[in-house]
Each structure stands twice: as C-alpha cells, then as structure tokens.
Design a protein around this ligand. Structure first.
Ligand SMILES: Nc1nc2c(ncn2[C@@H]2O[C@H](COP(=O)(O)OP(=O)(O)O)[C@@H](OP(=O)(O)OP(=O)(O)O)[C@H]2O)c(=O)[nH]1
Ligand SMILES: [Mn+2]
Length: 180
C-alpha cells in the first residue's frame, strides 16, 4: 500500500470515529458504533479482496450521513466526489417511514453502482453476522428472522458483484432456511 493510501484511509477512520463518537450499537454490550464501519471496510479488504481505496473509504464513512450530522457536501469537500457519491448511494432517506425505506433498498439495489453494491454487500454481511453473534436489545427472534428475509431480498439485487462475499452471505441465508 502506498503511503498516500494509508493516509487517506486513516483520514476516513478518524473522521468516522469523530462523527460516531457518541453512538453505540444496539447489542447488550453497547459496543462503540465505529466497530461496525471499520468491520465493513475490513470485510471488503480481507474477504472481498477489494483494493479500491475509494470503496474502502466509503465503507468507513457509509453510516455518517444516515446516522450523524454529516452532509454529503462535507464528505465531498474532504474526500472528493467519488467517495461522497458512494456514501450517498448507500444512504437511506430517514425522512421516509421505515417500511418505505426498506422497500426502496430492495427496489434500488440492482441500479446502484458497482462500488456502492460492494459496500452494501459488506454492510449486510457484517450486520447478519452481528445478529448471529447476539440479538440487539429489544429485538425478538421473529424480528431477527425478518431482517434475514429482507436482507436476502436486497442481496438478490446485488448479484454478480463479488463472488466471495456473495458466497458467505448465501451460507448465512442457508443456515436460516432463507431462500435467496
Ligand atoms: N445486527 C445489528 N445491527 C445493529 C446493531 N446496532 C446497530 N445496528 C444497525 O441497525 C440497523 C438494522 O436495524 P433496523 O431496525 O433494521 O434498521 P434501522 O436502524 O433503520 O431502524 C443496521 O443499520 P445499517 O448498517 O444502516 O444497515 P441497514 O439498515 O441497511 O440494514 C445496523 O447497522 C447491532 O447490535 N446488531
Ligand atoms: Mn451500516
């Protein structure tokens, strides 16, 4: 890795850590939220074989706009138009009702760019593994299973993006009895 790649990755990690600094995951241990974007970027690198620095930066930043006060313009100013565009593509419109947001993810998945599809695959893989690790506070077993079913519908629209990540997702769905 060139020293400039190292620098831009550290910039994204630091930016995301600052933005998510007061957020926690929904698991019983209230894990720091930043563990999730770091884990998503690691999945892309170590399991997906992805070396595209802009995809890895976007993975680190992928929940900053949806879940913090960060704007796309701010990301564009610091990380450039490509990273900002990828994050935009994976950001849900939080002004919409939850059911509508979930429906739109399924509908839009096939039309996303290759780079955004990669981030989506890794995001879902991380979250499904997290659900297998422990149940978020207040979630029933039914809600967990429903998340798997909904995620499988999103993933269906991302087919042909990265074989390694898709095989790992397929295995998780198989274990849950969910047909992809
Ligand atoms: N499995 C799991 N998820 C947790 C945990 N803590 C926070 N989350 C986040 O919750 C989201 C999934 O929960 P939902 O109830 O379906 O969505 P919501 O955040 O819109 O309410 C994911 O957001 P996301 O990354 O934006 O992805 P997605 O909403 O596109 O699936 C995930 O990152 C946890 O402990 N376990
Ligand atoms: Mn996420």
């Amino acid at each position: 890795m060139s020293s400039s790649s190292t620098a831009v990755l550290l910039e994204a990690i630091d930016f995301a850590a600052e933005k998510h600094r007061n957020q926690r995951r929904k698991d019983p241990d209230a894990t720091p939220y930043i563990n999730h974007p770091i884990g998503v970027a690691r999945i892309l690198s170590h399991e997906g074989g992805i070396t595209d620095i802009e995809v890895l930066q976007a993975a680190l930043l992928h929940d900053t706009v949806e879940d913090t006060d960060t704007t796309i313009d701010e990301l564009e100013a610091v990380f450039g138009p490509t990273v900002a565009r990828i994050v935009q593509e994976v950001t849900d419109d939080k002004t919409l009702p939850k059911e509508e947001r979930k429906r739109l993810q399924v509908e839009h998945a096939p039309h996303r760019s290759h780079q955004a599809k990669l981030v989506k695959l890794a995001d879902k893989l991380y979250n499904l593994r997290d659900l297998n690790r422990c149940t978020p506070t207040g979630w029933t077993a039914e809600r967990v299973q429903e998340y798997f079913v909904w995620a499988s519908r999103v993933i269906k629209g991302l087919r042909g993006t990265n074989a390694a990540l898709e095989e790992k997702l397929q295995q998780l769905f198989l274990e849950r009895g969910v047909q992809l």
